[in-house]
Structures are given as structure tokens and as C-alpha cells.
Design a protein around this ligand. Structure first.
Ligand code: PEP
Length: 256
């Protein structure tokens, strides 16, 4: 199956709502219909930017998709500081990142939390971008595949095939995030291929064939083409390089 690559920019805690408008405008000016025919482009701004991004995208009928960097596992109520799936759906978000390593590391999110958040995302029609990937110690011990697949199994527990068919998995080795140290294309393929094989075991081969698996970890215009050449890599989750609109556009144009 031909999978449309998904290039998604995770802005993390960068760019206020005015800067977000400027950034989306730069992307809108720089990208053409030809780009959007070949690649799906998404931005993942902080929550406080989403309304501004929505207004811009709706007003100018932009083809850029957007989503949130997290979603609450809860539907509503006394959960101070949390943002619900219903709120994100109301803003027409397409995506919700779930289980980013920074959420796992700094906010104690585990696989059960990710599973609850994946369920919450689907309750509101959001597509999860589920992040999985090993730390340096696990990689050095050669445990990257087992570790990543265990995260996948945990996050997908009880998720029916009708929902899992639309999920996006981001394989993000923690040691490569924000470090400038990128996985080799072969390293990325090893784990992305194993993720697809596990999806075939959990569901079926057809579903696995349709799921997009991104690589994330220090992706830049200079290394994206080699990673994208791997058969089981269908896009990139881009952090630092997504803050530079020109660089992000070059990443979107990885085939050029
Ligand atoms: C990320 O935030 O998911 C990420 C991959 O960051 P960076 O591209 O900066 O490594």
C-alpha cells in the first residue's frame, strides 16, 4: 500500500501564539500544492497557539494540518492544567501526540497512561501520534526492539482494529531526540520494521501495511532523505528543525 508520508513539526514549548501565526504563514507561503500532493504536513504547537493556528488554517483554507502535543486521559472535570480531547476536537485538531519521551521522562507517563490517552483521543476523533522508543542504556544493551514493542503493546491494549488502523506511530529513540545524534537509516528501519510486524501480529497484515510509522530524533534536511528511503519509515516527527520554517520546508521536500 502506498502510504502518504507525514512530516510533523513538534514545536515543544516554543513559539507563542503570535510567533505561531508567523511560522504558519511562512510555511503557507513556502509550500505549494505540489508539496501537499506528495506529503502530509502538520504542525504540533503548544496548546495556547492552537486557536490562532486554527483561525489561520480555516480562514485561508490552508492544507497544513495541526494537532496538540498531548491530550488528557479524562473527558472533563477537576483535572487542573489538563486539556481534553473534546477541547482539541472543538479546535479541529487532527492529531494528538501521545507518550512523547519528554512526557514519559518529566511527567511520569507510562504505557498505561498512554493507553488511556490513546483511548481518549479516539473518543473525540483525534488521530494519535504515539511515540515509542528506547533510551541509551537499552540501545547499548541491544534491547531496542523488545523495549519499543513492549511500549507499543501497552499503548495499544484493547484498541480495536477500526481505531488502530488510523494511528500514527513515531519511533523516537530517546538518545537521538534533541541531541544532534541521529539514528542510522538501518537503525531506524530495524525498529520501524519490527513495529509494523508487531502491528500485523496484534491486528493483521493489511492494517499493518496501512499504518504510518515516523522516525523522530534529530531529523534535518541533510539526513531526512536517507531515513525516508527505508521501506518502513513513512515520515518524520521533527523537533528542533521544525522551528526553522525554511529548514522544515526542505524536510517536507526530502525527495528533491
Ligand atoms: C521530537 O521532539 O520529537 C524530536 C524528535 O526532536 P528533535 O528533532 O529536536 O530531535
Amino acid at each position: 500500500m502506498a502510504r502518504t508520508p507525514l512530516m510533523a513539526g513538534n514545536w515543544k514549548m516554543n513559539l507563542n501564539h503570535l510567533e505561531a501565526i508567523a511560522q504558519v504563514q511562512k510555511l503557507a507561503f513556502g509550500l505549494s500544492d505540489k508539496d501537499f500532493d506528495a506529503v502530509e504536513v502538520a504542525v504540533l504547537p503548544p496548546f495556547t497557539d492552537l486557536r490562532s493556528v486554527q483561525t489561520l488554517v480555516d480562514g485561508d483554507k490552508l492544507k497544513i494540518k495541526y494537532g496538540a502535543q498531548d491530550v488528557s486521559a479524562h473527558d472533563s472535570g477537576a483535572y487542573t492544567g489538563e486539556i481534553s480531547g473534546a477541547m482539541l476536537a472543538k479546535l479541529n485538531c487532527t492529531y494528538a501526540v501521545i507518550g512523547h519521551s519528554e512526557r514519559r521522562q518529566y511527567h511520569g507517563e507510562d504505557d498505561a497512561t498512554c493507553n488511556a490517552k490513546v483511548k481518549a483521543a479516539y473518543r473525540y476523533g483525534l488521530t494519535p501520534i504515539l511515540c515509542v522508543g528506547e533510551g541509551l542504556d537499552v540501545r547499548k544493551a541491544g534491547g531496542q526492539v523488545a523495549h519499543t514493542l513492549a511500549q507499543l503493546d501497552g499503548a495499544l491494549a484493547d484498541i480495536p482494529a477500526e481505531q488502530a488502523a488510523s494511528i500514527v506511530i513515531a519511533y523516537e529513540p530517546v538518545w537521538a531526540i534533541g541531541t544532534g545524534e541521529v539514528a542510522t537509516p538501518e537503525d531506524a528501519q530495524e525498529v520501524c520494521g519490527a513495529i509494523r510486524a508487531r502491528l500485523a501480529e496484534l491486528y493483521d497484515a493489511e492494517l499493518a501495511d496501512g499504518v504510518r510509522i515516523q522516525y523522530g530524533g534529530s531529523v534535518k534536511s541533510g539526513n531526512v532523505a536517507a531515513i525516508m528511503a527505508q521501506p518502513d519509515v513513512d515520515g518524520a516527527l521533527v523537533g528542533g528543525a521544525a522551528l526553522d520554517a525554511e529548514e522544515f520546508i526542505k524536510i517536507v521536500r526530502f525527495r528533491d
